[in-house]
Design a protein around this ligand. Sequence first.
Ligand code: EPZ
Length: 432
Amino acid sequence: MYKYVIHGGKPLFGEIEISGAKNAAVAILPAALLVDGVCRIENIPQISDVTLSLEILRELGAGVRSINKNTVEIDCRHIRNFCVPDDPCRKMRASYYLIGALLGRFGRAQVSMPGGCNLGVRPIDLHIKGFEALGANVDVLGGFVYANAQENGLSGATVYMDQVSVGATMNVMMAAVLAKGLTVIENAAKEPHVVDLANFLNSMGADIMGAGTDVIKIRGVEKLHGGTYSIIPDQIEAGTYMACVAAAGGNVLIKNVIPKHLDCITAKLVEMGVEIQEDGDDIRVIRKHGLKRTNIKTMPYPGFPTDMQPQMTACLCLAQGTSMVNEGIWENRYRYVEEFKRMGAKIQVDGKIAVVEGVDHLTGAPLQACDLRAGAAMVVAGLAAVGTTEIGSIHYIERGYDDLTGKLQGVGADIRIVDVPDDDLRTESHAG
Ligand code: EPZ
């Protein structure tokens, strides 16, 4: 077991290169199941959710060949297995994409109910509604999802999403690419990774129009062919490093980003007094003076992303005045607040609202990451805090951040990964 140890209070200077997007990669890798050929996928982040996705593909019988640390070739021509075992699915929410991909390719899928970060109730009713509209029978029994359309195959249909859902939009898109006729997804999610999945599938021969708007039209094709595709840069990874600079101060060039995807984060940081300069695929983040208060409400894209809410709250803890945060997507995304209070933060949570009263400084403390973005927010807070912050349960953070410590060390942060001896772990669990 490992923890991060951060000696905070040092401004950050230098450059950080952003990796490929986690939430695009965890959809595009299973989408390779739909392809009757070899897919070469580039700009894959080195994170544990990707390792798990590749393991599942191998278990299903795919040929997976690493070309270099960020490029992989996947050959799903000879797969005959549509049952995904329980264990890997429990570790990763995105395992739900295997249902759409296997159903689309084989007309059949048996996938364990997905796990992932505990952000509150995480139903998949909209995914199931979409598969059923395309003609599949779907049952949830004994912790598994069974989807079957083998008798008549899948046929295009209009699917109205009662709520904007990233996962359901992408899953129905996967099921529909090889279905007969036209599928229309209404009230679709518009996140950058929705567009990236559509671009990947189109580059392999699919016919998808409208991704990035709230109506996506998918005309089924006979089959998909192999090809090469490069995953977009990670919006949330970039946003997290922007928050690190905002909290700790300094001047950092964040390289390999799509600035348009960062508009909502940039706008909020500028309101808080942070200087942001766009330059092609790079943005420079400069924080010289104290932070100003602001309010944040998380919403589907192009609104402010829920996956940046904890990191921005870390910054607001240090802003002058009182800020309001309104979590509009998940019901349980403030579990990190009790940890922040150990650092001297003043936050009151009432349902979806957090009232954050800025303090002069945070003080380093021992913390436990409780989910991916909460853990990232603890890093943001730890970099700004006076003294030493230790963050346990870093496996949550490593699900989604490629070389977080190396990248931060590169801009002068004092952050290390430290092995926690078993004896210390026993003491910690007795204390709990
Ligand atoms: C994706 O989760 C992301 N995960 C999450 O990122 C992100 O927080 C979320 O989208 C919102 O942007 C992946 O891409 C793997 P949703 P997803 O379906 O697809 C409700 C991170 O930190 N809903 O858009 O599971 C749901 O309860 C992670 O990287 C239904 O009611 O989210 C929520 O309130 C965590 N029924 C809302 O919709 C459904 O069938 C949005 O969820 C599906 C969702």
